[in-house]
Design a protein around this ligand. Structure first.
Ligand code: KG4
Ligand code: ZN
Length: 341
């Protein structure tokens, strides 16, 4: 079975073809970084226009790279939310139109759930598993019991972790996108130079808070008088975030053990999972629990994770009507019942 997945919820226009045997036949990503760079962040209207310009080219390339035609595709999976509404409408409408034209099923995919399940595309991992989902828009810890059953253990009370990377990079004048830039600076700066707070780490729960850390970086930055000083601050921030993530992972592992939830693995996914400093820390804290993470290219937004959730849903006969609404907000695990009028 071949599923075409289409993604357009933020600043990547992406399409991929994945089979039920976990073959990734193509994975095309058009990144809009250059379009958004001048503004130091993603501009929704610019994003929507860029998706509109590129979507047909990206989907066509996914078919060419896979050496397949639309006649070989069994279903189209499209991100229907959450995300920037303009981009979501572009991708979801494109996906539905293809499904309608080819008379094949349409599968509405929740972008966050696709991140949450993406590890099963490249690893053999059974449910349940512990997951830190860390992206630009989301930061939560949950136990994944099934493709649509997420037991939330904690979430951020303010900024997401990806957002805090982006904001800190911006305020230190290192530009967009913040995550990869700050990760690189970790190796160029002295990460012990600044002592930064680790909000919520004196509490034994799995919630996060990053806004206080960001403010601490802002205050410290006002005393920085050299480029090297700012690099040291970025490196210290990166180290602190890695410490916070590993502390919270430990809390979640303890919770699972106390509640006798037999998890098969501990996983991090979402854009921030691309961060090797964080991965290293988490791996250490997991001890005998297998620590799994998708390959870097499947951590940040991509079509393969959308297609893969399409495969998982196809196997369970979970298809959607073509009037499925695009949703700017769509919490993890929330089932949508479309009211018929
Ligand atoms: O999952 P993603 O591509 O898009 C969303 O669904 O939000 O995540 C994007 C976020 C951005 O905030 C970006 O700065 C962060 O992931 N990110 C990283 C890294 N690569 C991307 N954060 C830390 N280290 C990285 N290497
Ligand atoms: Zn994402």
């Amino acid at each position: 079975m071949y599923i075409l997945g289409i993604e357009s919820s933020c600043d990547e226009t992406a399409a991929a073809i994945v089979s039920d045997r976990k073959e990734i036949l193509s994975n095309v990503i058009y990144s809009q970084i250059e379009e958004h760079k001048p503004y130091n962040g993603v501009v929704p209207e610019v994003a929507a226009r860029a998706h509109l310009e590129k979507i047909d080219i990206v989907v066509e390339k996914a078919l060419v790279d896979a050496n397949l035609s639309l006649d070989n595709i069994d279903a189209i999976a499209g991100t229907c939310g959450p995300g920037l509404i303009g981009g979501v409408i572009v991708g979801a409408t494109f996906a539905k139109s293809l499904a309608f034209a080819k008379k094949i099923p349409f599968i509405a995919v929740n972008h966050i759930e696709a991140h949450a399940l993406s590890v099963r595309l490249t690893e053999e991992v059974e449910f349940p598993y512990l997951l830190i989902l860390a992206s630009g828009g989301h930061c939560q810890i949950c136990v994944v019991h099934d493709i649509d059953n997420f037991q939330i253990l904690g979430r951020t009370l303010d900024d997401s972790v990806g957002e805090s990377f982006d904001k800190v990079s911006k305020l230190l004048d290192f530009g967009y996108p913040g995550g990869p830039v700050i990760e690189k600076l970790y190796y160029e700066g002295d990460h012990d130079k600044f002592s930064l707070p680790r909000p919520m780490c004196s509490r034994g729960n799995c919630d996060f808070s990053f806004s206080g850390l960001k403010t601490a970086v802002l205050n410290a930055s006002q005393k920085c008088n050299s480029l090297q000083n700012r690099k040291d601050l970025a490196a210290s921030f990166q180290k602190t975030v890695a410490e916070i993530m590993s502390f919270k992972m430990k809390q979640a592992l303890n919770f699972c053990s106390n509640q006798k939830i037999k998890i098969n693995a501990a996983v991090i996914s979402g854009g921030v999972a691309a961060n090797l400093v964080i991965r290293e820390r988490l791996k250490k804290i997991c001890g005998s629990v297998p620590f799994l993470v998708p390959p870097v290219k499947f951590c940040t937004d991509n079509g393969a994770m959308i297609a893969w959730l399409g495969v998982e849903k196809f196997k369970r006969n979970q298809f959607n009507e073509l009037d499925f609404p695009p949703r700017p907000r769509w919490p993890l695990g929330e089932q949508i019942q479309r009211e018929k009028i």
